[in-house]
Design a protein around this ligand. Structure first.
Ligand SMILES: N[C@@H](CCC(=O)N[C@@H](CS)C(=O)NCC(=O)O)C(=O)O
Length: 205
């Protein structure tokens, strides 16, 4: 079997776009260099990355790839974590894109300095946009579950897990951990990914 030297660069945090790429490689059983970028080193690196952001995926002889969804689809296609059927794959890619949309909706609130304004913006997101997103995802989960495609985990499940975990963890001020109470299938998917043996092994390291 061809052994590629793979390097995945992301900040030294077990969250977000880099963590979902690490998890995908780990679940696929692919050895990779887990390059944890320290924040003080980032400004010097930024301009050398494809889009000025992380994660970045590299393998020998190829240019670096950025954009978490592109990395996930590449890893998923190569290692049985993304559907081979084009229509099914498009359904999964729509879910990947929806996760990015939710992140982009929340991201501006991370930079709000004024406490009262932050509370106002977050409270409104928690009342409307975030639960509505959860309900829309739930409607896409039409199979028997617990994953998007039944009992087989895919990169779409990994991304949905990492995104929902962020909201359910309680780390976001003014976002209650009940924000996905009306999305039982999404909650079941989150719990199933969390309990997946490879995910348990990743966090037990
Ligand atoms: N659409 C990109 C977004 C990448 C992104 O915004 N990455 C953040 C970390 S999650 C980043 O690199 N922030 C540092 C910066 O922009 O300087 C993706 O999905 O990978």
């Amino acid at each position: 079997m061809l052994t590629r030297m793979i390097k995945l660069s992301y900040f030294d945090m077990p969250v977000s776009r880099g963590e979902e790429c690490r998890l995908a490689l780990h679940i696929a059983g692919i050895p990779f260099e887990d390059h944890r970028v320290k924040f003080p080193d980032w400004p010097a690196m930024k301009a050398g990355t494809p889009f000025g952001a992380l994660p970045v995926y590299e393998e020998d002889g190829k240019p670096p790839i950025a954009q978490s969804n592109a990395i996930l689809v590449l890893v998923g296609r190569r290692h049985g974590l993304h559907p081979t059927d084009l229509f099914e794959a498009a359904r999964h890619e729509a879910l990947l894109a929806a996760c990015e949309e939710l992140r982009m909706t929340l991201s501006p609130s991370l930079a709000i300095k004024d406490a009262a304004e932050k509370e106002r913006v977050r409270t409104e997101l928690a009342r409307s946009t975030i639960p509505q997103w959860g309900a829309m995802i739930d409607r896409q989960l039409t199979g028997p579950g617990p994953f998007v495609a039944g009992d087989q985990i895919h990169v779409a499940d990994i991304k949905l897990y990492v995104v929902t975990k962020w909201f359910l963890s309680g780390v976001l001020d003014h976002i209650p951990t009940t924000v996905f109470a009306d999305a039982p299938k999404l909650t079941r998917l989150h719990d199933a990914v969390k309990a997946h043996p490879a995910v348990v092994a990743w966090y037990a390291r």
